[in-house]
Write a protein that binds this ligand. Structure first.
Ligand code: GCU
Length: 688
């Protein structure tokens, strides 16, 4: 497919299709997505000299992509057909007698199988391969766009967007570049994403109309995303009946309100038969919700779920609910407690097609937070875990911050300790949702290296146990060196690349692999969070939120720092976890260092497990983090000849900014704590 110029091909450069495009392929199966598979292969063949047949075709073939229902399945494909169901999006991959076979029960599985073959490149056509079953761990792998249709006076076109404007909307209207939207859908399918919501969870006046009179704009997006298996969802206002000319109330128990939602939803499905459902932020940060009518979140969510139920649609009801008008003098209110306090008592009350969408941490996408206790508290409720791919609090796509190591920790967290289920298993079969980091920037994500976060989000949603370093390799190979693959996250082994390729890989690993921890080192220490400039959230401001109503405090004084969230003397938040974590976090001795200030208020001289004091840890990590940013820039400068010059120049400029900002963080945080505590740096470094 030809990309709208001058858009970067990201992880699907034409070269990545060489292995397929230079061979003979048979595609067997009907349906829209099987058509996409055929067209993808045909495109690759036109470029690289191979050929593709659809339906019955004369052999020989190097690659067969077939639905299990196809009759007859040619030789090898028939032999590897499994006895049991493969599953809706799954596929079987095998290679025997010189033929590579992808078998799927449904066309979506063929599409994902095709992209698996793309990832393997030449390795897909070498040797023999025992039949492997691949199926996604998460049923829905979804990106939420916080895109506004109108330019919002404060938040702009994309709320918390760092990659230019929206790819869907511009200045109050559809952007009209459907080729770009289609290219986006293709990239998403290639990393396993199968759903998106197309507008901001804060639904402003114009955006509310997407549900009714502007539904055609949503249908147009659904039409171009459908061939890549991407379902479209819509953020809706809970006050829709009132703001869109329906009943004068949005009371979820009002009969007219129920009828209004039923009618509107019916029209949505008339226009978009495979519509995914509604995303709702209610009674949160000023958004309307059921509280206005004395109802609770279950009443609110069930109202919309009832309307969607006949069509198989779902409601993603967000658990990000807290008091954003808190009195900072009141030490008993704790924002971290809020989601659990609101939702845990409602477990069991939600309809089957309500999915409670929980931010991965209890506060707000900080660089370090514990896992939200809500995830372990709702056994009778379907859950989605929400990650922030857009780097609101992690450098805003001006800093390199490869997030999968953090996501891996979240997904691998075991709320009941060793032997209990981890988060991925708890949500297993459910949803992983990411707030998208994409905009109309030529590199899609502003920072070219932030593409890796988007890619990895999809891959982790498919296989949550994958090693982030292996995903990074996979992304590097597809994006930068498609002709010389080193291996994939599926564990396939690797022919060595050229010396240049190896250098390129080493450079990107050095810069990206540990970048999340680097970012953590030079920003807010030991899990305390925030310390960002209010409003836009970029750069340091240690007391920026300290005396505000937002509920995000660090309580630093001359003696110590941190939030006492213990049951014994603090807000009691630790009690929202089951054992062992309720005890581990409660205990000053056992609490992990990196979360110490999230759970405890301690003196600056408190000794960490690492052997360092809190104050010395703050100094050391801030010096180290800023140095690591300088080192990343040095590595990048050294690698100039290995990358496309304009991409290299863009990243170099961004690394200059990262170094500047990291040094600002270092100096502000260190100076702040030196002035508060009066404790000098043991190593006598300059603290301004
Ligand atoms: C953060 C972010 C907001 C966003 C909110 C949400 O607070 O700063 O812009 O609206 O999260 O997740 O709803």
């Amino acid at each position: 497919m030809t990309l709208p110029d001058p858009v970067h091909p990201a992880w699907l450069p034409p070269e990545a299709f060489r292995a397929i495009g230079s061979r003979r392929t048979l595609v067997l199966g009907d349906g829209l997505l099987a058509g996409t598979v055929h067209d993808e292969v045909a495109d690759a063949c036109a470029r690289h000299g191979g050929r593709v047949r659809r339906g019955a075709g004369d052999g020989p073939h190097d690659l067969v992509l077939a639905l299990t229902t196809a009759e007859p399945l040619p030789g090898v494909a028939g032999e590897v057909r499994p006895g049991s169901a493969i599953g809706a999006e799954g596929y079987v991959l095998a290679r025997r007698d010189g033929v590579t076979v992808v078998l799927a029960d449904e066309p979506a599985g063929l599409l994902y199988g095709l992209f698996h073959v793309v990832r393997l490149g030449e390795r897909a056509f070498a040797g023999e391969r025992q039949a492997e079953h691949h199926r996604p761990a998460m049923r829905r792998r979804m990106l939420d766009h916080w895109d506004n249709v109108d330019v919002h006076p404060v938040m702009g076109q994309v709320e918390r967007g760092y990659a230019g404007g929206s790819i869907f909307w511009r200045d109050g209207a559809p952007r009209g570049d459907l080729a770009r939207v289609r290219a986006y859908g293709r990239l998403l399918a290639a990393c396993g994403v199968n759903a998106i919501s197309v507008n901001n969870v804060n639904v402003h006046a114009t955006e509310a109309h997407l549900l009714t009179d502007r539904l055609g704009d949503v249908a147009a997006l659904a039409d171009v995303l459908r061939p890549y298996g991407i379902g479209v969802h819509l953020s809706v206002s809970f006050a829709s009946p009132v703001v869109l000319g329906g009943p004068a109330t949005a009371d979820p128990l009002d009969e007219d309100v129920r009828k209004w939602w039923a009618g509107v939803t019916e029209r949505v499905y008339d226009a978009i038969p495979d519509f995914g459902g509604y995303v709702v932020k209610a009674d949160s940060e000023g958004q309307p919700g059921p509280f206005a009518y004395g109802r609770d979140h279950a009443d609110g969510a069930n109202l919309l779920a009832e309307a969607l139920e006949p069509y198989g649609g779902v409601v993603h009801w967000r658990a990000f609910v807290y008091n954003h008008r808190q009195d900072w003098r009141d030490r008993s209110t704790d924002r971290a407690r809020a989601a659990y306090d609101h939702f845990a008592p409602l477990d069991g009350r939600f309809r089957d097609n309500v999915i409670l969408q929980v931010k991965h941490g209890p506060v707000d996408f900080q660089v370090r937070e514990p896992v939200s206790p809500v995830i372990a508290a709702m056994p009778a409720t379907r859950l989605a875990v929400e990650l922030q791919v857009t780097q609101e609090y992690t450098g805003q796509q001006r800093h390199v911050c490869y997030l999968p190591p953090m996501w891996r920790e979240v997904l691998g967290f075991r709320p009941w300790g060793d032997g209990g289920a981890d988060v991925a298993e708890l949500v297993g079969g459910g949803d992983l949702v990411g707030v998208s980091n994409v905009g109309d920037d030529p590199y899609w994500t502003g920072h070219p290296l932030a593409q890796a976060n988007l890619y990895a989000f999809g891959r982790l949603a498919w296989t949550p146990g994958t090693d982030p370093a292996a995903i990074l390799d996979e992304w590097i190979d597809l994006t930068f060196t498609p002709a010389t693959p080193s291996g994939t996250a599926n564990g396939d082994a690797e022919p060595a690349g050229t010396a240049e390729t190896e250098r390129l890989r080493r450079t990107l690993h050095a810069i990206m692999g540990g970048s999340w921890r680097t970012y953590e080192r030079y920003t807010a220490p030991l899990g305390v969070g925030f310390m960002v400039r209010p409003g836009h959230h970029y750069g340091p401001d240690v007391d920026g939120y300290e005396y505000t109503p937002w509920g995000t405090y660090h309580f630093a004084d001359r003696d110590g720092v941190g939030v006492d969230r213990t049951r014994a003397t603090g807000t009691g938040f630790t009690g929202q976890y089951p054992p062992p974590w309720s005890q581990v976090y409660e205990s000053l001795d056992r609490c992990p260092d990196e979360l110490l200030l999230f759970f405890h208020h301690v003196p600056y001289g408190h000794v960490l497990h690492s052997g360092s004091t809190v104050i010395q840890h703050i100094y050391d990590t801030h010096f180290a983090g800023a140095e690591e940013a300088v080192e990343a820039r040095r590595r990048w400068q050294e690698a100039a000849g290995l990358f496309d010059p304009s991409l290299h120049a863009r990243v170099e400029r961004l690394l200059d900014e990262q170094v500047r900002c990291a040094e600002e963080w270092r100096d502000q945080v260190n100076a702040y704590f030196f002035r508060k505590s009066g404790v000098p740096d043991l190593r006598g470094r300059r603290i301004p």
